[in-house]
Write a protein that binds this ligand. Structure first.
Ligand code: CA
Ligand code: CA
Ligand code: CA
Ligand code: CA
Length: 400
């Protein structure tokens, strides 16, 4: 096709595309598999990747671009993974900061060292946690309340990858949902400078607050993929993904392979779609990623915790579709985006317990620290019923 004809057709796309918006402003996100500058200029670039770029397109624009032989694939939408049904009930127990003579009084948690932290420490009497010094952890989520008294000393970086107009906004990661703040607290809450707050598993770890999900908890795979790549480039050691979808995303998978190549350990929530075999979400189902199911305080795997296919793959070998661990995920108290605390359930809460442990046990000196740390987590696991590497909990629960 000659240049003149291309230019004519492209202006037609633009004109017609613009006119049609008034009738059907239905835009979805796509990966356009070309690196040609012409297409980038006409469609506008959200994020650039090696094999193309993402952008929001109408049905008409997609059909038209395909006439030019462009390969276009939809970008997967993922969701954060608390148990939505239980969220409102649990939020009633929330502790909020109060105002006293115009002065804001900090909220205090129901329990400074919640049951899940005690469980992974294998110590019911632990009154203060420790560890994670110098280990960098990215919470790729709804953002974080970086001024929370128990988190503010932990935050090392804050970026928004989900802004509709700009690829990445540095210094912005406001959490309008609460989920990301909750996840971050489980990993690294340090009790605050007054020591009255809550403690996470590894309270000396550094947190990178990478916002990729909206206030309602939906997250586009291209935003997630760029956050993973940016984390790997910025010296992050461990990435927490408390989000998932039923379908895989090539963008996220490629980003995880990229991060793994830089010795980054990626740990994800298994999903809340149990109790059926193989209900595990992506990206947890990928073997490169550690997939984590949810336990209650009696070490029973929750009904809604997604299951793997461990019984159909080689035992104690990580395969696609396997659950790797189970960790505390039912009625978990942690930091909230109003400066207080909330109790939430979900595999979203289980994954950060393993991330915190990985930060505490990080094998800095190893040739491949991510692989060595993953091995240690396997070694430290106690088997849970049923016997052996099973669909519900894989290796079981790793504890100190
Ligand atoms: Ca306690
Ligand atoms: Ca996996
Ligand atoms: Ca296996
Ligand atoms: Ca077992």
């Amino acid at each position: 096709m000659n240049t003149k004809k291309t230019a004519y057709l492209l202006s037609f796309v633009l004109l017609f595309g613009t006119a049609s918006h008034a009738y059907a402003a239905e835009y979805d996100r796509y990966l356009v598999k070309t690196t040609a500058g012409t297409w980038k200029r006409y469609f506008g670039v959200r994020h650039s990747f090696d094999n193309g770029f993402t952008t929001d397109l109408s049905d008409f624009q997609v059909r038209f671009a395909r006439i030019f032989g462009l390969e276009i694939e939809p970008v997967t939408k993922l969701y954060v993974l608390p148990d939505e049904d239980k969220k409102d009930v649990n939020l009633e127990k929330e502790a909020r900061p109060t105002r006293n003579n115009g002065k804001i009084q900090r909220a205090v948690p129901l329990d400074q060292v919640p049951w899940g932290i005690e469980m992974v420490y294998d110590d019911p009497f632990v009154n203060k946690t420790s560890g994670g010094d110098g280990v960098n952890v990215a919470v790729v989520d709804t953002g974080i309340l970086i001024s929370h008294p128990d988190l503010k000393s932990r935050i090392k970086d804050c970026k928004n990858f989900s802004n509709p107009r700009v690829s990445v906004v540095d210094g912005k990661c406001e959490d309008k949902n609460g989920h990301g703040t909750h996840v971050a607290g489980i990993i690294a809450a340090d009790g605050g400078s007054d020591g009255l707050g809550i403690f996470g598993v590894a309270p000396a770890a550094n947190i990178y607050a990478y916002q990729v999900c909206s206030a309602s908890g939906s997250c586009w795979a291209d935003d997630v993929a760029l956050a993973i790549r940016t984390a790997a480039d910025n010296g992050v050691n461990i990435i927490n993904l408390s989000l998932g979808a039923d379908a895989p995303s090539s963008l996220i998978y490629d980003a995880v392979v990229y991060a793994s190549g830089k010795n980054v350990l990626v740990i994800a929530a298994a999903g809340n779609d149990g109790p059926y075999t193989g209900s595990i979400d992506y990206p947890a189902a990928n073997k490169e990623i550690v997939g984590v199911g949810a336990l209650d305080a009696n070490k029973a795997v929750s009904d809604w915790s997604s299951r793997g296919i461990n019984s159909q793959t080689t035992a104690y070998v990580i395969d696609d579709g396997d659950i790797e661990f189970a960790a505390p995920g039912v009625s978990v108290e942690s930091t909230w985006n109003d400066g207080g605390y909330a109790i939430l359930s979900g595999t979203s809460m289980a994954a950060p317990h393993i991330v915190g442990l990985a930060a505490k046990l990080w094998q800095k000196g190893a040739l491949n620290p991510a692989m060595a740390t993953r091995d240690i987590l396997h070694t430290l696991s106690s088997d849970l019923f049923p016997l052996g590497d099973d669909d519900d909990s894989g290796w079981g629960i790793p504890t100190l």
